[in-house]
Each structure stands twice: as structure tokens, then as C-alpha cells.
Ligand binder design. Structure first.
Ligand SMILES: *Cc1c(COP(=O)(O)O)cnc(C)c1O
Length: 435
């Protein structure tokens, strides 16, 4: 596919060539390399509100929002001011701080599903620690995960289903011992029958089931609430802990995340992204009883040199405070619905095969009319359409994450006028995709 470039991106292109000398593939996280879309990745120099500017001085309305953390948009005044103030006192002491207490209190007092938490420095670290905790509490070792859910680059979770249903996992990355992958059982989403059969057979070995209750890393594979409820009940029945990986959905689909949205209480919840307000933060949380297994109270060891450092805590605290404003989530969801609906209406009118899936302020553009709830229902050929869409949007100053499997995020900084502008540009680009 030859896509004509009509904007200047030569500074980004030059910087990318240079970056290849220093970093594998020129990047420090793989999707950033733009492998599945056209042109060099954008090198971004500054952001404000819902927009950012690249090194060639092109401006874009941003729907990637640093992959989810920036629910208030770029460079939010309250967050920036708190970070600057805190940095003035030093960046890290390796001791507890009052700021840690403040954010811990605010989060726990406003979330019915958790009593205690532990801060770490990334989503991956949160998930890895939550799995260790589940194993420590249950004394069992195997983990069930679902095909189409991403949980960071944890060894035992970078696995896909082996041949046949409900088999032990096969790693999707080099460098993962087969023996680790064997500790994971991979199941398809939304299949309660297979789940029950698997638990019946293996529950004596299974420590936990981990799921993204809002699967948002492989398209947006919204599950039936009944499936999530079934998961909850089966975990109780078989003595298996349920982990909700809410690194994306936490503080995104509501202050209490997906647990609150669906009214389902998991045993352990992991957080990341939004909780750090753009700084590297993750967390895992559970009941008093389960968290008492964590060192130094209990025997499950987990530590971190920069965990809960004051700069990260102050950024997270500033964001979390804003999220507690009345109607914050209702307004954000309503804004997102209008935006998504305007594009959907246009596509329907034109007879374009597009279905935009949405929950709260997360959306995903699927190039099909079918409802998609499992990863194997996504047609890989539809990614050619996404590639054209992505390219056309860059030409027009709209930035989506550089893969058709990625979701988009609307932030509080996206105003009605920005969304109207973006909607028009997306509709124009759809004309090219289907032209
Ligand atoms: C992003 C993400 C992770 C990993 O978080 P990092 O901070 O990138 O390590 C884990 N789980 C889910 C659901 C995520 O979306």
C-alpha cells in the first residue's frame, strides 16, 4: 500500500533514524515504532489539553493520551503545579511520605471494593505482584488468563492458547521458559461452559483467574455482565482468587473502575496508568485479609526502590482529586457518546462497514458490523483499513494509537468543539478508506 504523505514529518523521520542507533527498533516500547501504520513515528515535543505538537510543528488532537493515563489531558494545570511544587522539596527519599497517605486515603475511602493497597512503579509490576500474592494466599501455582487480554510483559502472562481449547499456554515471546508458560491456562473470553469445565478439572492447581474486566488491549471486547458474574461465582465455588486487571479501566470507566461499573467484587485489583497522573505508577489492592499476606506483614515479598515516591504520588493525587468532582464521569461519557455517535451516524448513512464500540470514555473503531467479544472474531484483513484511516488522520491533525487493535481515549480536556473537529476529520478520512 502506497500512502501519499502530504505533511512535513522530516524532523521526526531524522530523529527516528538516529534513535535506531540507540534503541532496539528506535523505541523504548514496541508499538511506538509505527510498524503497522505508515511513516515514521511522531516525535512529540509538547502537549497541552487535548492536543500535542510534533518536532515538525504539526499539531494533532490526541486520542491516545499516552495510552490512557491522561484522563485530564496533557499538561493539566493542577497536576503540573503540584509536580513542580513537590519536586522543589526533592524527588525521592526511600521513606514513607505524607503524600502517600493522602492518596491512599482518598482512593480507599472512595472505593468499596478494596481496603488496602500497595504502590509500585508500573502496571506490569502491579500485575506481577498480584499474581504472586494470589499464589502466596492460595498455596497454588497455576493462573487462568483469557485470549485477547493483555496484562503487561509478565513472563507467565505473555502466552497464548496452545492447540486445542483450554490447553496450557505457549509463550508469545522468546526468552520465556516453557515451564513458566505451562503455569498458565488460556481460555477464550465469554465462554462460561469452557471456564467451568476447566475449573472442574484443574481447580486444585489454580491460584487465580486474571481478566481485564473491560478488555481494551486487543480491540474493545466488551463482555456480557453475566460472564463476569459467572467468573465471580465460579471463583468462590472452586476456591480460586479473581483478579481484575484494571490498569486501563481503573479510574476510567468510573472512580471504582469496572468493579464499580458492573457491581462485581474481585479479590485483587491492579491499577496503573491514570493512578500515576502521567508518572510511572501502578498499584494492587485487596481486602485487609488478603493484603496482610504482603511483606512486612506477611510472607509474600514485594518491594520497590522508587515505589510511592513523592513526585509520582503528588501527580496521582492531583488527578484523583479532579476525578471526584460531581458528574466528572457522566460528563466525560456523554461527550464521548456524542462524538462516537456522530461518526457512527455518518458511516451508517454512507453504508460503511464500521462499528464503533464504546464504554465510558474509551472507544474502538471496528471495521465490521458484527458484535466482537473475542479476539478471534477480529478480521486481521480489517487492519489494512485502519492503516489508511490512521494515515489520513495524521494528514488532518488527528492522532490515534498506531495500531487498529488499540482503543482511543477521550479526556476531560477534549471540548465539544475539538470533538466536532475530530469527528469531521474522521468522517472525511472514512471517505478515503472506503473510497
Ligand atoms: C498497560 C497495561 C498493563 C501494563 O502496564 P505498564 O505500565 O505498561 O507496565 C497491564 N495491564 C493492562 C490491562 C494494561 O492496559
Amino acid at each position: 500500500m502506497n500512502l501519499e504523505n502530504r505533511i512535513e514529518r522530516s524532523n521526526s523521520a531524522t530523529l527516528f533514524e538516529e534513535a535506531k542507533k540507540y534503541f532496539p527498533g528506535g523505541v523504548n516500547s514496541p508499538v511506538r515504532a509505527f510498524k503497522s501504520v505508515s511513516g515514521p513515528p511522531l516525535f512529540v515535543k509538547r502537549g497541552y489539553g487535548c492536543r500535542f505538537t510534533d518536532e515538525d510543528d504539526n499539531q494533532y488532537i490526541d486520542f491516545c493520551c499516552s495510552w490512557g493515563p491522561l484522563i485530564l489531558g496533557h499538561n493539566h494545570a493542577a497536576v503540573r503545579d503540584q509536580i513542580i511544587k513537590t519536586v522543589g522539596y526533592g524527588t525521592s527519599f526511600g521513606t514513607p511520605t505524607k503524600l502517600g497517605n493522602e492518596i491512599g486515603k482518598l482512593i480507599l475511602e472512595n472505593n468499596r471494593f478494596i481496603d488496602k493497597m500497595r504502590f509500585v512503579s508500573s502496571g506490569t509490576e502491579a500485575v506481577m505482584s498480584a499474581i504472586r500474592l494470589a499464589r502466596g494466599v492460595t498455596g497454588k501455582s497455576k493462573v487462568i488468563k483469557f485470549d485477547g487480554c493483555y496484562h503487561g510483559h509478565v513472563d507467565s502472562l505473555l502466552v497464548k492458547a496452545g492447540s486445542g481449547l483450554a490447553t496450557f499456554g505457549v509463550s508469545t515471546s522468546a526468552g520465556i521458559p516453557e515451564s513458566f508458560a505451562k503455569e498458565t491456562i488460556v481460555l477464550p473470553l465469554n465462554d462460561p461452559k469452557l471456564l467451568d469445565e476447566t475449573l472442574q478439572k484443574h481447580s486444585d492447581d489454580i491460584a487465580c483467574i486474571i481478566i481485564e474486566p473491560v478488555p481494551a488491549n486487543n480491540g474493545l471486547l466488551l463482555q456480557d455482565k453475566s460472564f463476569l458474574q459467572c467468573l465471580r461465582l465460579k471463583c468462590y465455588k472452586y476456591g480460586v482468587l479473581l483478579i481484575f486487571d484494571e490498569v486501563i479501566s481503573g479510574f476510567r470507566v468510573g472512580f471504582e473502575g469496572a468493579a464499580g461499573y458492573y457491581g462485581i467484587e474481585p479479590d485483587i485489583i491492579t491499577y496503573g496508568k491514570i493512578i500515576g497522573g502521567g508518572m510511572p505508577v501502578g498499584a494492587y489492592a485487596a481486602s485487609h485479609e488478603i493484603m496482610s499476606h504482603i511483606s512486612p506483614e506477611g510472607s509474600v515479598y514485594q518491594a520497590g526502590t522508587l515505589s510511592a515516591n513523592p513526585v509520582a504520588m503528588t501527580a496521582g493525587l492531583a488527578v484523583v482529586k479532579e476525578l471526584l468532582a460531581p458528574n466528572f464521569y457522566e460528563d466525560l461519557a456523554a461527550k464521548t457518546s456524542n462524538f462516537v455517535q456522530s461518526i457512527q451516524d455518518y458511516c451508517d448513512e454512507k453504508g460503511y462497514e464500521v462499528n464503533i464500540v464504546q464504554i465510558g470514555s474509551i472507544f474502538w473503531i471496528a471495521f465490521t458490523k458484527d458484535r466482537i467479544q473475542r479476539s478471534d472474531q477480529i478480521d486481521p484483513a480489517s487492519m489494512d483499513k485502519f492503516k489508511v484511516l490512521h494515515h489520513e488522520l495524521l494528514q488532518r491533525g488527528v492522532y490515534l494509537g498506531p495500531s487498529g487493535y488499540e482503543v482511543g481515549f477521550v479526556s476531560a480536556a477534549h471540548q465539544a468543539a475539538d470533538l466536532a473537529e475530530a469527528s469531521q476529520k474522521i468522517c472525511e478520512s472514512m471517505d478515503v478508506v472506503f473510497g
